[in-house]
Design a protein around this ligand. Structure first.
Ligand SMILES: [Zn+2]
Length: 322
């Protein structure tokens, strides 16, 4: 009897320790924006680090300063939501803090290869894309010195893994025309002369399922869409959302707040794609779209200040750096 009681007590203690361990495990999210400590107009890039060490770069855009950017470190996978230049990376910043937050200097040309492909090739990372993009990116990857096998297809409804991170593609209601600048000279010039972009299938967003239980919805560029309720919340149960709020090209702050409050209902939110200088000296400007979004959203809104790492537990709560 006594031995059984001791055994039960030991089992309980081990269980409690394991539970504490899981709760203590956090996903680290680091924004790679154009200006240290600020949230600037073209900031999109985020690095997600799972407790198992897997590091995923989402939408490198223009603010990651090429593959040599020291903020990147090891990168296991690069996610691309769609091929517009501010996400794929037609240009990039020459140096940290170049230009002003309101008007960053993006004077380094990354076409025709793109910032995204240059980074994935140099880091030997898996490049995850949907739509009709894989064959296009296999050619690009080869041109950039990488292996076409690094490109992995992920279409809506499908699931893949990198390390212990589950990655799912979800719909985004947006466009996905490829600028002629990313094409070879003859084809690019012909399209440009006709004012056309190239077809590479639909754009998308992602859901990331981390090993500590965190489930992050990355909206990509999108308007309000029923899948934010039906798929992202009801099926995947996202508890953190990275949401576009910039208006004109995507939902604005009011519409984005509706998506968060009524459709996705996460425990916390990181705004993205604000297309404004939202902060000064790291403080949110009261008349900014980001401030309007924060005010309209019921859940905590954590402004992605470039270089500041935020840590989230498995329930979607920010536990450090916010
Ligand atoms: Zn776009």
């Amino acid at each position: 009897m006594a031995r059984k009681t001791i055994r039960a007590a030991v089992a309980l203690a081990i269980g409690a320790l394991a539970a504490t361990g899981a709760a203590a495990q956090t996903v680290k999210i680091t924004p790679l924006g154009s200006h240290d400590g600020e949230f600037c107009p073209l900031d999109r890039a985020l690095i997600f680090e799972d407790p198992d060490g897997t590091r995923i770069l989402y939408d490198a855009g223009r603010t990651v300063r090429g593959a040599e950017d020291p903020r990147l470190g090891k990168i296991d996978a690069v996610l691309l939501s769609h091929v517009h230049g501010d996400h794929l990376g037609d240009l990039h910043q020459p140096a940290a803090n170049a230009g002003e937050c309101a008007k960053p200097d993006f004077s380094v040309k990354a076409t025709p290869n793109s910032n995204t492909v240059n980074i994935a090739a140099a880091k030997k990372a898996t490049l995850i894309v949907g739509g009709e993009m894989p064959t296009f990116f296999q050619v690009k990857m080869k041109d950039a010195g990488g292996d076409p096998k690094q490109v992995r297809l992920l279409r809506f409804g499908a699931h893949t893994t990198v390390g212990k991170v589950g990655i799912v593609s979800v719909p985004a209601v947006h466009t996905n025309g490829l600028s002629p600048a990313f094409l070879s000279k003859e084809h690019g010039e012909a399209l440009a002369a006709n004012g056309l972009t190239a077809y590479v299938g639909p754009p998308g967003g992602y859901v990331l399922q981390f090993s500590n239980g965190l489930v992050a919805y990355l909206s990509g560029d999108t308007g309000i869409t029923a899948e934010q309720d039906l798929v992202v919340r009801r099926y995947y149960k996202a508890n953190l959302a990275v949401m576009n709020i910039g208006d004109v090209f995507t939902t604005g702050p009011k519409e984005a707040a509706h998506v968060i409050n009524q459709l996705v209902k996460p425990k916390s939110v990181i705004p993205s794609h604000a297309n404004e200088a939202a902060t000064k000296d790291g403080k949110l400007l009261p008349k900014s779209k980001t401030a309007a979004f924060q005010k309209a959203v019921k859940a905590p809104v954590h402004v992605p200040l470039s270089g500041r790492t935020m840590e989230f537990d498995g329930s979607g709560k920010c536990v450090a750096g916010c």
